[in-house]
Design a binder for this molecule. Structure first.
Ligand SMILES: Nc1nc2c(ncn2[C@@H]2O[C@H](COP(=O)(O)OP(=O)(O)OP(=O)(O)O)[C@@H](O)[C@H]2O)c(=O)[nH]1
Ligand SMILES: [Mg+2]
Length: 327
């Protein structure tokens, strides 16, 4: 006996395909219809004749490549999560027995991911680290702005004396908030600058972009962080290849990052890299940014808001694609 699965827009169409291709002898063993009208699948069984070994081989390949019909797995694959992880999370979501896709996905995400907040006060200095250009300096300013609004005394230090304009970028914003700013070139300078601060609820340290795949850049980062026993918050930009971002996160986590802040949600549509990164680094997600603007620039994330974001983005783009195809 061989099994074959047919996919079509409706159940009737799928059954017609079964009859056309396998004939009246085929026995339908299972059917599935998407609740949101995204198609139907029928699996049919047929007694195998002795001479159709080649056909059986082709069918086996087709089946291996066939899209499973699970809606949550489809959402996760849309976000470019690798198949194995998408299936694991989808299976866990299904096992929760919830009808609502967002709540089921949130339940499964909640078992794998943890969520936290960026600090508004901290006894230890808070170092904002990450690859070049991901939004570290803007994140420093957003954290500072929120803490100032909450009435905290904030100082900003920067170890980015490398990129031209880096200090001026921070100075423009810290100046407006009356937040003291100082640049430090070496770990000893950083230690000395910290020793001079005695009235802060929060000291934020901005850092230059660090390529995690460069051992010497990671060593430099560790040297600065360990000189002042800083808490390290990793900033990553949404989007990008999930495997690359996951590798980078694991390296930053090994260097001491305690949480992950994701920027530029507004510039991406596929967010699997966020999940892959948090899992590979074993890091909690510390809020997200979806705007370059400073005021109210930090958004909290939790399993439900992340699940909603994943589901709605996938759903909206799928709808638009279908509309374009129909017009
Ligand atoms: N649209 C959007 N832009 C952002 C967001 N966060 C940061 N940006 C922009 O990204 C660009 C880079 O931000 P920076 O904060 O300078 O990045 P950085 O990581 O400090 O860069 P380097 O110091 O050069 O490594 C700037 O144009 C920011 O305005 C965001 O959430 N959404
Ligand atoms: Mg910067």
């Amino acid at each position: 006996m061989r099994l074959r699965t047919f996919t079509a827009p409706t159940l009737d169409d799928a059954i017609t395909l079964v009859r056309d291709e396998l004939g009246e002898e085929a026995v339908i063993v299972s059917t599935y219809q998407s609740r949101r009208g995204r198609g139907a699948q029928v699996t049919a069984a047929l007694e195998e004749s002795e001479d159709d070994g080649a056909l059986a081989h082709t069918i086996a390949i087709e089946e291996a490549q066939a899209e499973p019909d699970d809606e949550i797995a489809q959402v996760l694959r849309f976000h470019r999560l690798d198949d194995a992880l998408a299936h694991r999370i989808a299976n866990e979501a299904r096992a929760l027995g919830r009808d609502d896709t967002v709540l089921a996905l949130a339940g499964a995400l909640g078992t794998h991911l943890s969520f936290t907040k960026l600090p508004s006060q901290s006894e230890m200095p808070v170092m904002v680290i990450g690859p070049p250009g991901v939004g570290k300096s803007v994140t420093v300013i957003k954290i500072a702005a929120r803490a100032v609004l909450e009435g905290r005394r904030v100082h900003v230090l920067t170890t980015d004396t490398v990129r031209s304009g880096a200090y001026e970028q921070l100075a423009a914003m810290t100046g407006m908030m009356d937040v003291p700013l100082r640049a430090t070139e070496t770990p000893d300078d950083l230690v000395a600058a910290l020793a001079d601060i005695d009235d802060a609820d929060l000291v934020l340290i901005d850092t230059p972009g660090c390529n995690p795949f460069s051992p010497s850049e990671i060593e430099d980062l560790k040297t600065f962080a360990s000189a002042v026993t800083a808490r390290q918050f990793l900033v990553l930009s949404a989007g990008g290849d999930a495997a690359d971002v996951a590798d980078a996160t694991a390296l930053f986590a090994a260097a001491g990052a305690e949480a992950l802040h994701v920027t530029r949600l507004d510039c991406a549509r596929r967010y699997g890299a966020i999940i892959a990164a948090a899992l590979s680094g074993g890091l909690p997600i510390a809020e997200a940014s979806a705007t370059p603007f400073i005021a109210n620039g930090l958004s909290s994330l939790n399993p439900v808001s992340l699940a909603r974001l994943l589901n709605e983005t996938a759903f909206k783009l799928a709808e638009r694609k279908a509309e374009r195809a129909a017009s």
